[in-house]
Design a protein around this ligand. Sequence first.
Ligand SMILES: *[C@@H]1O[C@H](CO)[C@@H](O)[C@H](O)[C@H]1NC(C)=O
Ligand SMILES: *[C@@H]1O[C@H](CO)[C@@H](O)[C@H](O)[C@H]1NC(C)=O
Ligand SMILES: *[C@@H]1O[C@H](CO)[C@@H](O)[C@H](O)[C@H]1NC(C)=O
Ligand SMILES: *[C@@H]1O[C@H](CO)[C@@H](O)[C@H](O)[C@H]1NC(C)=O
Ligand SMILES: *[C@@H]1O[C@H](CO)[C@@H](O)[C@H](O)[C@H]1NC(C)=O
Length: 933
Amino acid sequence: MIQLKSENRQQFCYWLAHVKLSRIVVTVLAILIFTPLITHFYLSKVERNSSTSLNSARFHLDLSDEFSSINEIDLRVGVEELVRIRNSVLSELRNIEKKRQELKQELQTFSKNVEEAKLDLAHHQNNLNKLKISVEQAQVAQQEALQENTPDLAAPKRLTSDTLPPILQPIPRNRSVNCKMFSCFDHSRCSLTSGFPVYLYDPDQYPVMHDGWDVDGFLKTTLKQALGLNPHLTSNPAQACIYLVLVGEALKDADDAGENGEIFPPLDSEALKRLPYWGGDGRNHILLNLARRDLSANSGDIFSVVDTGRAIVVQSTFTRRRFRADFDLIVPPVLGPPGGDIWRECAPMLPARRRYLLSFQGEIKSNKSNVRHVAYPRDRDDVELNSFILDHLRQLVKTHTSDQISLEFECVPANDDFMDTGPQDWALCGTDSSRRGVLKDSTFVLIFAPASDELLSTTLLQARVYEALRAGAVPVVLGGDQVKLAYDEVIQWRRVGIFVPRTRVTELHFLLRSIPDEDILLFRRQGRLVWERYLSSVQATLDTIIAVLRYRMNIPALPVETVTAVSVFNNTFQPVLVPPAGELEQEESLGPLEPSYNSPAFRRNFSLLLTQGHEVWNDWGDPFRLYPTLPMDPILPSDAKFLGSGRGFRPIGNGQGGAGKEFSEALGGNTPREQFTIMLLTYEREQVLLDSISRLRGLPYLHSVVVVWNSPRPPNPELRWPDIGAPVHVIKAARNSLNNRFLPLENLQTEAILSVDDDAHLRHDEILFGFRVWREHRDRIVGFPGRFHAWDLNTKNGWLYNSNYSCELSMVLTGAAFLHRHYLHLYWTWLPQAIRDKVDEYMNCEDIAMNFLVSHITRKPPVKVTSRWTFRCPGCPQSLSEDDTHFQERHKCINFFTQVFGYTPLLNTQYRADSILFKTRIPHDKQKCFKFI
Ligand SMILES: *[C@@H]1O[C@H](CO)[C@@H](O)[C@H](O)[C@H]1NC(C)=O
Ligand SMILES: *[C@@H]1O[C@H](CO)[C@@H](O)[C@H](O)[C@H]1NC(C)=O
Ligand SMILES: *[C@@H]1O[C@H](CO)[C@@H](O)[C@H](O)[C@H]1NC(C)=O
Ligand SMILES: *[C@@H]1O[C@H](CO)[C@@H](O)[C@H](O)[C@H]1NC(C)=O
Ligand SMILES: *[C@@H]1O[C@H](CO)[C@@H](O)[C@H](O)[C@H]1NC(C)=O
């Protein structure tokens, strides 16, 4: 009983804390009164029940006198009454206990609700803050729109000529020999927005050579074909800005031409005047003489006795007298294949120093009797200088230095039928391939300028330069100060070769020896760039000629082609959008949730070539196409955004700076506001993909998500696509290829592209941190998984791919990396097809290819951000990249790409970007830039 009581008290105490006071008072009173009574009765009853009749005497003795006098029946009634009371109290107690339990449960639910409400509040507070920031951003944008006084120009209407050139009086010969663009070219046919239409006279329909002469059939076909691939070609002569006339190679043997030594020009000037759009004087006509055979051997210049009127002459042989600077154009002869992967022609760039320091192969004709110099007699001084140079060079070969110099002056003359010696005083030697062998073994190659200073350029000179660059031998042009090389108004030849006056021949050896490996490689690299881009093939030559003429007039190139984005969805099959389940990824406010904002594009159409034309032609640029933006676009000084050029900038704290709070409300940095696009490549892993997309909900600065659907099977219509607040485009790929990771799709509207694997799991703060770092390194790959290329110490003859953790890396995988949209275009237009083929062959290596490309163009390593190295999601199906063949293929890829590039462009880096306030002690009232990284 005592136990029972104390237990009750304990429970009361517990209860006391929870039940209302009035209830407690009543209950306690009831218990205090009744408990002793019951106890008494109970005790006596037990006593009595347990005792037998033998004990009844003692019972009577124990009772006091008053009690004994009470009637036994009355007592019984009383006791029964008490028992009844007790039972009712017991049941009351049980009820109360039950209620207590219920209340307790209720209480627990309430407190749980309170917790939830608190969380909700924090969440809403957060959302509210985000919305406030977004409203502020919208206000800034509105303010900007109001203040804007230099609106973006709308796309101009394409303005082309609509009439054929009218017939004008031909200009006198003494004017045409002094033609310049301003005096002889009709700019009215070529508006800035015309797109530079080019018309080609079909050489079969409009022959301009005399009977019996003809443009080489092969050349004719390839030229027509190559021009067909040029986007400027038009079939409408009324629209055209320029008219191309193929003058080309004459096949008839020159010796048959004239009787009595009379010079008979193959070009028919009457036929020129009969051309339907000649307009009397040949305005805006381009006479293309891409002959590989130097006709000038016999006639000096096929145009020399022909009145070309106001037409521009394009060829490789010019005399100083005939060449009209800034009007005519010097080009190399077309020597290469029609087009295609020309990298196979090139020699590797390394080692920097090759077997021969200097080489020359040719037959110097000291005895002039066997050359007819009709047009260019030489004077005596020249002959003397020449023999001095020859003597000096012969001496040089014999000097006892460690340098090997190979100079062959008497050799079997070349019998290549494509190249005559022309008015040069030396001939080619050997066959094309034997010359190539020596060139590939030479660091520098000697090239003589034509002896006659009347000659500005000859086919032979241009061809020798072409050969040298193809083989990676740095051309050293003796007499280089008196000649002009091809396209010299745009190409900076000083970076490609060494041009010295003849009289410096005595210092030549010293000069060449003094050049360190780095500069040899710079020369070689630049030579290869110029060769590949402008000289290598028929296509390259024609594109360059058109681009140079266009560049003279500052008419922008045509925009680069994008890939049409075909959605996997259609009208009858639309995705079902559902809000993704689960909490938002993060409660940290990382930035305003703005509506999609496209990066401004094509703003420098008419100024890029003026301000950066030099770089475009000689460095990173592509003068053949117009790109929406470039990673190398210049940035404004930091005060410009406060002094009138501020549109689009989002300085932190309006320029006042600030700690974490202000930081997370603006993009800051040196470039105007922008957003990024996430590009995902996926193949039949639908749930993995959907999970990845759901995690992007509420990600600030996210413009849109572009999913490249690599599988031929369309997505399951049952799929529930998450609604993440930003548009998700699912694009059908033409075929299953890893190259599709870099498709330059038309719906990529931002400069920044975040390329991610479909199973990569990046936190929002990591993504945004990467984005902010990328904004400072717009020309590089900025991302998370770092890898490196390691020299194979076993074979000592190539590279191995290494994915171990390391303190130095040279690649950042595009499975989780930011890169500029420009590189997607370059991946398809600039990279040789062989590389994309290799990627398809192995179904691997596209990320290595991209690293090669970007490092090649920038000569900078990628940037690694934060400590993340891997992204494979636990529980996802094993990805194919784990097994051994994957690594074997990647070793092979690096070595193959090195062959294609001619060297390994990858560069090592020990740099890693982390949030600057990481682990920094800052005041309590401040907040770190990011909470967790
Ligand atoms: C006491 O004994 C009587 C008869 O002897 C019986 O009816 C009653 O149930 C008993 N009470 C108890 C509490 O054992
Ligand atoms: C620049 O060129 C592109 C492509 O042709 C065109 O879309 C854009 O509107 C042009 N911009 C201006 C300002 O001319
Ligand atoms: C060109 O020749 C014409 C006659 O043939 C002459 O009248 C004119 O002065 C000459 N012009 C120049 C610039 O020499
Ligand atoms: C739309 O797409 C679905 C699924 O790919 C396909 O079955 C259907 O035929 C398509 N409808 C049309 C009109 O193309
Ligand atoms: C990577 O590291 C492991 C352990 O340190 C080592 O056994 C392995 O050989 C390394 N792999 C490569 C490719 O270097």
